[in-house]
Design a protein around this ligand. Structure first.
Ligand SMILES: Nc1ncnc2c1ncn2[C@@H]1O[C@H](COP(=O)(O)OP(=O)(O)OP(=O)(O)O)[C@@H](O)[C@H]1O
Ligand SMILES: [Mg+2]
Length: 491
């Protein structure tokens, strides 16, 4: 097996990777790193959670000239949270070499970013709108850039960012290398690639299916008004460590979050109309497991790497089959197991078929759980909770009472009563969501290519300052449902 030290890269990087716990490259890293080191343009496709960030991060950082004070590397990402995350990973890889990466994205105080840019980072990770803003203000110079990475390239095409990206590329005078990464590479992105890449090498990690094998995939046929109660049942049965629930629109995410909070779950929502500081706080609390459930639009579908996400629920089907691949890819990362459950209303079955066709994987049908299933799930969770207390051995103070109890009562009765006390009985507080209509069947695009034929809600390039992270969902919103401190079921 190949090790990172076998690549033609500096010892400082190998050591940084080792500090991150990376000794052996993943398949995409093994193939992409040497090609990228040669300086060739490249398109890299590999399943979600298989280390594409490091696949472009290592060669990029290796090529940074530490005697040069201008920005030499640029990564463009479709969402703000992804820009932040990629920035963090590049900073870890570049730590020993002294390569610094600054994230630049919409919604954050621009003065703060200008200050950070003045400190001469070697790499900038940006969302397109804010980067253009900096270019116009001349607070960033791109003339020494020699490596450009488009992470989630197909998504940036979907979001209508392609003109922005072309405008950005036009600002880079030198001969630069372009690397393009995503878990999905629809045909139209390849056409596009030909436009601004020079005979790119295509590196594709072949797999039987597009989705990761270690994600169990289920679908559940359901009527719209039943969705919320069934979701709660599933959450009670499975008690996910961390779960992401995807809703179709911002309003949907707000309503879902509010409903979950009402029923005593610990949930927070993120979407494009929530203020950036709240978005970042929500992600942070989810990462450190203060919140168990993240409710999101597709703004959280791409690239986010949060360990401990055991479950993904598609409360609503995604618009595009590709989006399904990315959404469920928030679990089952780096070899971990995960579960994905997708709700389908009867009129949406064709979409389900389209998804299965793309992923080359058949989802398993799941039945709507019965009350007994829920009870069993809750009992199991309570049992696990009790066992973890036993393992911790931190109950000496209670032993005396326990002995007294057992003198008087049957042991099974005592334990059963304790379990009942611990059990979080299902909360039935009524919650009513505004119904969303089923997805309409969209004719598959003719694949004319190049032109971003699915530009949704694209606005002109004027006044796009606050944009990074803008999504296709509707723009109405209120910022409810943001309380979310640990708020476990409390009954
Ligand atoms: N060589 C490695 N050894 C062990 N773990 C790794 C290695 N490379 C990456 N990882 C871990 O794998 C996880 C997924 O990596 P990353 O986010 O780069 O995936 P990705 O391929 O970009 O996924 P997505 O398509 O969802 O963006 C991260 O937690 C990362 O720390
Ligand atoms: Mg990624």
């Amino acid at each position: 097996m190949k090790a990172f030290k076998d690549f033609n890269i500096g010892q400082d990087i190998v050591k940084a990777l080792s500090n991150m716990g990376f000794e052996n490259p993943t398949p995409i890293q093994e193939k992409a790193i040497p090609v990228a080191l040669e300086g060739r343009d490249m398109i890299g496709q590999a399943q979600t959670g298989t280390g594409k960030t490091t696949a472009f991060g290592v060669p990029m950082i290796e090529k940074m000239d530490m005697n040069q004070s201008k920005v030499q590397g640029l990564v463009i990402a479709p969402t703000r949270e992804l820009a932040i995350q990629v920035g963090e990973e590049l900073n870890r890889i570049g730590q020993n070499k002294g390569v610094r990466t600054v994230p630049v994205y919409g919604g954050q105080d621009i003065q703060r970013q200008i200050k950070a840019l003045k400190k001469h980072p070697q790499i900038v990770v940006a969302t397109p709108g804010r980067l253009l803003d900096h270019i116009r203000r001349r607070t960033i110079r791109l003339d020494e850039i020699h490596t450009v990475v488009l992470d989630e390239a197909d998504e940036m095409l979907n979001m209508g960012f392609i003109e922005d990206i072309e405008a950005i590329m036009a600002e880079i005078p030198s001969n630069y290398q372009t690397l393009l990464f995503s878990a999905t590479m629809p045909k139209r992105i390849q056409n596009l690639a030909e436009r601004f890449m020079d005979q790119p090498e295509v590196i594709r990690i072949k797999a039987k299916q597009l989705t990761v094998e270690n994600i169990e995939q289920y679908y559940l046929e359901i009527k719209e008004p039943q969705k919320f109660d069934v979701l709660c049942k599933l959450l009670d049965i499975e008690s996910p460590e961390l779960a992401i629930i995807f809703g179709r629109t911002k309003k949907r995410v707000d309503e879902l979050t509010e409903g979950l909070l009402k029923r005593g779950y610990s949930a927070e929502g993120i979407h494009g109309d929530i203020t950036q500081s709240k978005r970042e706080r929500a992600i942070k609390r989810f990462k450190d497991q203060t919140t168990d459930i993240l409710v999101a639009t597709d703004v959280a579908a791409r690239g986010l790497d949060i360990s401990g996400v055991t479950h993904v629920y598609n409360f609503d089907l995604p618009q595009d089959p590709e989006s399904y691949v990315h959404r469920i890819g928030r679990t089952g990362r780096a070899g971990n197991k995960g579960q994905a459950v997708t709700f389908v209303v009867p009129r949406e079955f064709e979409h389900l078929k389209n998804i299965e066709e793309l992923t080359k994987h058949k989802m398993t049908r799941k039945q709507i759980p019965s009350y007994d299933d829920v009870l069993e799930g809750i009992q199991q969770a309570t049992r696990d909770e009790l066992l973890s207390v036993i393992e911790e051995q931190d109950f000496q103070k209670y032993k005396h009472v326990a002995e007294n109890l057992l003198d008087e009562y049957h042991s099974v009765d005592v334990v059963a009563a304790a379990l009942k006390l611990l059990a979080k009985e299902p909360d039935r507080t009524p919650v009513k969501l505004t119904a969303v209509s089923p997805l309409r069947v969209k004719k598959v695009s003719g694949g004319k290519g190049g032109g971003g034929n699915r530009n949704r809600g694209r606005r002109g390039r004027q006044g796009d300052r606050n944009r990074g992270g803008r999504r296709r969902d509707d723009r109405r919103s209120n910022n409810r449902g943001q309380k979310g401190n640990r708020n476990r079921r409390n009954s």
